[in-house]
Design a protein. Structure first.
Length: 290
């Protein structure tokens, strides 16, 4: 299965794949370029917003406002006025730390990982921003916290710390937000790249963007088996999200992080956005209830 080029751009670190159902558009960020993009499906129009801080996670709140995790904190962002309203600081006092990937759980908590910009081992953590805007640290000692999803019954949380090449499964209490380690659900072979962003389909299977793996891979978290792969013609595949009117499209971001001129020439579409028809539908993401 192959993906098609949706929009050619030169993102240094394209990430944060997010489908906005009300606007029928696909959002993503260039973390290092400090930019937010929107691809409007109906008229093939691309909107951009530039920031002073590195953005990573994109989501919505109950009022339909954008909520974005930035280096230093989490904020609401008004697409029309371009005003930022800061909700909570996140390791703001540590200038070499930034936010990375995350997700919203069924109760409306915003989970967000942090990491060192120089990839210092064990410097990262996983937090959740509760509905009262208190920030709770859940896991520490992470290096590159990435993909985060919950099982269809919301009893299991799956999480990636990229250098471990694993997807860990945690028992999850949706009422309290408490987790406890259960098992290693998936082991990612190093020759297929490093696990990055992740989403889940209507059958409970996990789709994982694999950095330096030229694709998005479909895995069964119940037995750890590889089921399918969407081929991407560039190596640094970073995140993925289901979307489209019927949630049957998979949108995929890529990067060109630390590329040499030779790599740019060999993979000129690196940093662009791709789309595929994976043959299965995704599920709607939860919204932040802060």
């Amino acid at each position: 299965m192959n993906a098609a080029l949706l929009y050619k751009c030169d993102c240094l670190l394209g990430e944060g794949a997010f489908w906005h159902e009300a606007r029928q558009s696909f959002f993503w960020v260039d973390i290092d370029g400090k930019c937010l993009f929107e691809y409007v499906i109906e008229n093939i129009k691309v909107n951009t917003w530039q920031f002073q801080h590195r953005p990573s996670l994109i989501t919505l709140d109950t009022e339909g406002q954008m909520v974005i995790a930035f280096q230093g904190g989490i904020a609401r962002f008004d697409l029309q006025t371009e005003n930022l309203h800061w909700l909570a600081p996140v390791e703001k006092e540590q200038p070499e730390q930034r936010t990375n990937d995350g997700a919203i759980d069924i109760a409306g908590r915003l989970w967000i990982g942090t990491m060192n910009v120089k990839f210092k081992k064990g410097a990262g953590a996983l937090y959740y921003l509760d509905k009262d805007l208190s920030l709770i640290k859940v896991i520490e000692g992470l290096t590159i916290p990435n993909g985060l999803v919950w099982s269809l019954d919301n009893r299991t949380m799956f999480h990636i710390d990229s250098p471990t090449h694993t997807v860990k499964a945690y028992s999850f209490n949706s009422e309290t937000g408490e987790i406890s380690f259960d098992r290693i659900a998936i082991i990612i072979p190093s020759e297929t790249g490093s696990p990055d962003g992740m989403c889940i389909d209507e059958e409970g299977k996990l789709w994982i963007a694999q950095f330096n793996g030229f694709g998005v891979y479909r895995w069964d978290p119940t037995n750890g088996k590889l089921l399918d792969k969407i081929e991407i013609p560039v190596p640094q595949v970073t995140s993925c999200a289901f979307g489209g009117p019927d949630f049957d499209l998979l949108f995929i971001t890529t990067a060109r992080e630390n590329f040499t001129p030779e790599q740019v020439a060999r993979y000129p579409d690196s940093g662009s956005v791709y789309v595929a028809h994976p043959g299965v539908c995704g599920i709607r993401k939860n919204i932040f209830r802060g």
